[in-house]
Design a protein around this ligand. Sequence first.
Ligand code: ARG
Length: 594
Amino acid sequence: VDDMISIIDHLTEIFGAAIAASFPTLNDVPTIISAGTSPNPKFGDYQCNSAMNISKVLSAQGNKMSPRDIAAKITQNLLPSPLIERCEVAGAGFINVFLDKNYGINAITSILRNGVRPVSVQKQRIVVDFSSPNIAKEMHVGHLRSTIIGDSIARLLEYLGHDVLRINHIGDWGTQFGMLIAHLEDRFPDYATVSPPISDLQTFYKESKTRFDSDEDFKKRAYAKVVLLQGGDKDSVKGWQLICDVSRNEFQKIYDRLGVEIVERGESFYQSRMEALVSEFEKKGYLEDDNGRKIMWGVVPGEGIPLTIVKSDGGFTYDSSDMATIKQRLEEEKADWLIYVTDSGQATHFKSIFSCAERAKIIDYSRHRIDHVGFGVVLGEDGKKFKTRSGDTVKLIELLDEGLSRSMAKLKEKKRDDVLLPAELKTAQESVAYGCIKYADLSHNRQNEYVFSFDRMLEDKGNTAIYLLYAYTRIKSIARNCGGDFANNIKKVLETTTVSVTHEKEWKLTKVLLKFPDVITKITKDLCLHHLCEFVYEVSTTFTEFYDVCYCIVKNRQGEITSINGGRVLLAEATAQILGVCFHILGLNPLDKI
Ligand code: ARG
């Protein structure tokens, strides 16, 4: 069974070989391949743009040769490839590459026969740290972004066949728990036996913080509690667990709604590891005293910002826990690749962490890949920080509820309540609501700020989830409407029918579908999912162009099918399959009926 081929990788390989064969004395000239972007088909489907560079390098060596001649020579030395129909040298020395239609037919046939198989990769163990809200504090839109982006990255890597560990690094440790437990004792003295009815943990947090800031005795007790907690005192641990459970239940509601799976392993998990790490680092001389704090510099001492590994009161910090996460994940989990998904505001934190881990020889870049996947802040439609009308932080559950009611209004506006059964309508409502929220986030370059707008994400036109979900459902129904083997046994159809690529629009659609492996390769490199969203949108719009002029099914006046263009129905079905896989990676739940 063939996996799909990444066309750009393949062309880079064979053109690289042709360049090496043509100019054996040159090394380090990059092979530049790009997907043709010109709407004019005469420029080819892909281009090799290396000749201009090579010409410059040659002339610096005293060899004059025109880029056009160079391009011609490369083309002559190109080994035959089943992907290439022909190459043409054009303009200043571009090599235009035209894809072979038989290759296109075979690749689409393979999708229909074997499913959308990803480009094969060497299986790696990967830890994706995402979502990671803090106990007793609000889970905010930043955590929502981390949840959506992290989940999608994990889905991508799982789809590629990697062994992915999804970690929720919740903030469940630190000095604030002393004050929370002390407050718990006062408010609910018998908490150890009777579960306290804390429903609103934020208020509880604020109350205890107010006391902490104004009451010296309370403050002292709070500090004592932290020591007890970290020492494993039974009652304190019980109180801590109770408080964590309240938050945990709230977080889980969000994950359940969004269909996100994640394993909790909070900061507390690392307590003993942080202790071990500090004594190891101390022995190795990595730690420096700075007014009672113990700090650590990265590979270049004095450069960047040092980490605070131990506070002057002896406590640990966010820095200490992240040093412990790297060590635990690389050494104990034996991960090959670590990914941390947080807002870009934490970029310097992770830079220092990575640098210190490199210095301590925990990270070895010849074996490990480490990414901080940063993202921009979420803004409201007024361009200011995302807040409710009254200026409060937006509660995520309320945000999801608003998504649900907006999506239902949209479905009713489209009169879907006339067509769908109540259960179908509810599924559609959820798919559209959560799909829109996720897709709006993922379709923007994660590094930019992002404006949250229900109105925009629910627009029917343009690159929105609702447009794409509808498109998918329509495309998916084409084969089904044909009935017979088209609906039930596509493999059987393939025995007698060939995918049609003769019409210009059929061929155009085919070529867009064949880009899928390249898009996957690209997003695996830069972990920017908006490329996948752009691809999905291109597939849908190209499909529409095709469908407008290429009839798949012809019906008579009575609405009965009089003829089926099987080769086109196959193309439509392959389109649906590719879109289905992309939706899966993006965490969208496509529907048969909407
Ligand atoms: N709890 C942190 C926050 O709310 C995010 C933690 C991200 N993960 C990590 N390993 N630092 O900002």
